[in-house]
Design a binder for this molecule. Structure first.
Ligand code: PMP
Length: 385
């Protein structure tokens, strides 16, 4: 198998699976119970919270809420902050469905919701955000790294834009695709709420975090036993929490090296794609057959590529038959028609239909990219003619 869909999910590393099994086998008791073993487990979980605050660059009295993943973290951040229908809530058009669909639901419930478009590089349109911001704005949500293009938003710049017009506005960042890949600090960028997920950094599925700065308060959106500071009820998932910490420690050990390795993979892929484009243009006597969406400022881990005159979905299925896994946009919304993110960047409907997403982890190799390219070429030149 050649796995090139790491933005959808990653292979869990051995250590985090071992910790998960160990805690479940040996310390399965409820950390909210009153026995001494539970008490010490709970203390250790609180230490884990402090470690995550450090990784995120926050302050000791900030909160870490453990959730079932970033979808839940995003829902909690958004619906937990939605308290005033007179105020304005701003989202970008590039957001993952777990944010975008919350924004649509807020609108359905009568909240005042506005969307900011993307520029041609896939970042939030900073000028449009500035125009939309005024003293009525109480909540802005933008992602750190786009899951389809790898575009990196300038989070500090966004906070500065917000602060000029709406200094008390709550700022939520979905950092799922950036956490463990690029360094950022919630304190430096004045991020109030931040969502992350373990399974994007070689951790297990089903555990995420909502970071809450000490400057803001949010309300609970579920009801139960009042765990997690009464913000998120449900028996605390000890094994997954320790496992998430392990995957985070592992990824942070090599964060710079990983970036370097993956940058080389991206360059190798882009060079190969450019050569293939020339060959296909010659073959078809056309000017352009392939467009690379992700530019040099994007996170190297994610590369979206458009094959003009082809369907990305069909290429994906052909590659699948050869045991090569790539994505077509967000795996969470693969049944959608069109592509909101690419269309917001200015691509035409007939172009976005030809898009596939290749996403790397540092263990991928240039040989795998060679096999990918050979198979895409074979598909376009022989199968799809
Ligand atoms: N936000 C982004 C940017 C993502 O890429 C994803 C996962 N595709 C999510 C949120 C949802 O994360 P989870 O799978 O942990 O619910």
């Amino acid at each position: 198998m050649i796995y090139l869909d790491n933005a959808a999910t990653t292979k869990p590393n051995k250590k985090c699976l071992e910790i998960f099994n160990k805690i479940n086998a040996e310390r399965y008791f409820n950390p909210s119970a009153s026995y001494s073993s539970s008490f010490s487990l709970n203390n250790e979980i609180n230490e884990v919270r402090q470690k995550f605050i450090k990784y995120l660059g926050g302050e000791q009295n900030d909160k870490i809420i453990f959730t079932s993943g970033a979808t839940e973290s995003n829902n909690l951040a958004i619906f937990g902050s939605a308290v005033n229908k007179q105020k304005k809530y701003i989202f970008s058009l590039g957001e993952h469905p777990s944010v975008y669909n919350c924004a649509c639901e807020l609108k359905n419930r009568g909240y005042n919701v506005d969307f900011v478009g993307l520029n041609k590089n896939g970042c939030i349109d900073y000028d449009e955000l500035e125009l939309l911001c005024n003293s009525d704005v109480c909540f802005v949500s933008t992602m750190l790294v786009n899951n389809e293009t790898g575009a990196i938003n300038d989070i500090s710049r966004i906070r500065q834009i917000i602060d000029k017009k709406a200094p008390n506005c709550v700022f939520h960042v979905d950092a799922v695709q950036g956490f463990g890949k690029i360094n950022f600090s919630v304190l430096k960028s004045k991020i109030d709420l931040c969502s992350i997920s373990a399974h994007k950094i070689h951790g297990i599925k089903g555990i995420g975090i909502l970071y809450i700065s000490n400057r803001v308060k949010i309300k609970n959106i579920n009801f139960g036993g009042n765990q997690e500071f009464t913000i998120r009820s449900g028996t605390v998932n000890s094994a997954s929490i320790f496992s998430f910490l392990t995957s985070t420690e592992e990824i942070y050990k090599n964060i710079d090296d990983n970036f370097h390795v993956v940058s080389k993979l991206k360059k190798y892929l882009v060079d190969k794609i450019n050569v293939l484009n020339k060959e296909l243009c010659k073959f078809n006597n056309e000017k352009e057959k392939i467009k690379i969406v992700s530019d040099e400022n994007c996170l190297p881990h994610i590369v979206s590529i458009i094959f003009l005159g082809n369907r990305g979905e069909t290429i994906m299925h052909y590659l699948d038959s050869k045991d090569i896994f790539v994505g077509t946009g967000s795996a969470c919304s693969s049944n959608k028609v069109g592509n909101r993110v690419l269309e917001s960047m200015g691509y035409e409907k007939n172009e976005v239909i030809g898009a596939i997403r290749v996403s790397f982890n540092p263990e991928n190799t240039c040989q795998e990219i060679d096999v990918l390219i050979e198979n895409i070429k074979e598909y376009i030149l022989t199968i799809n003619t």
